[in-house]
Design a protein around this ligand. Structure first.
Ligand code: AMP
Length: 213
């Protein structure tokens, strides 16, 4: 089953995608991760995307859509795709449908992770990420054994530049203005599934799995 996983920043899209990849062997396409990879590689795509990401703004539709199109070509033949953080606008949703049609694929469910704004803020401001392996921590709810050091690989933990408080406000507004309308879009297409994204990663994953197995 191919799904879209969407929700506000901090809703747990990345965490739940990782759970789905690990336990259900699904294949994740995260536009945020693809941009961060391009930034770390210093490509022109990365430089362009970073100018928007650092401010908390959405990267322009045409840039994101071209990148996903290329990724879909690379993944040709793979099943059980998770679109994590894409689409984030109605134009992207329409393009995704068209691109998938070209590969004889379709989205079966668009899963909205619903999380209270105060919880989102707590998750985002406390998030720390391993620079080497990408493992995600939280200063209060999932602290590493040694401060600043990844339990898994010993890499350095850092705060994503867009998880700083001033940038978070812009990201939440971009979500409200552009991504929140996708609930109505997917509802009208009979694809919307709303999952309570509050609580621990395991609790959310158990709720999520009910819709996938
Ligand atoms: P994420 O890792 O999903 O939180 O994405 C981090 C940032 O990457 C976002 O705040 C945007 O600046 C950019 N980004 C990721 N996915 C998209 C998308 N589908 N459309 C526009 N911008 C995106």
């Amino acid at each position: 089953m191919n799904i879209v996983l969407f929700g506000a920043p901090g809703a747990g899209k990345g965490t739940q995608s990782a759970n789905l990849v690990r336990e259900l062997k699904m294949v994740q396409i995260s536009t945020g991760d693809l941009f961060r990879k391009a930034i770390s590689e210093g490509t022109s795509l990365g430089k362009n995307a970073q100018s928007y990401m650092d401010k908390g703004m959405l990267v322009p539709d045409s840039v994101v859509i071209d990148m996903v199109d290329e990724e879909l070509r690379k993944l040709s033949g793979k099943a059980d795709l998770i679109f994590d953080g894409f689409p984030r606008t109605t134009a992207q949703a329409v393009s995704l449908e068209n691109m998938l049609t070209q590969h004889s694929l379709k989205i079966e469910k668009a899963i909205f992770l619903e999380v209270d704004t105060q919880v989102l803020l707590g998750r985002l401001t406390g998030r720390r990420v391993c620079k080497s392996c990408g493992e995600v921590y939280h200063v209060l709810t999932k602290a590493p054994k040694q401060e600043g050091v990844c339990d898994k690989c010993g890499g350095e933990l850092w705060q994503r530049p867009d998880d700083k408080e001033d940038v978070i406000a812009t990201r939440l507004k971009a979500y409200e203005d552009n991504t929140s309308p996708l609930k109505a879009y997917f509802l009208q297409k009979n694809m919307l599934v709303t999952v309570d994204g509050g609580g621990s990663s395991e609790e959310v994953f158990n709720r999520l799995k009910e819709h996938l197995t």
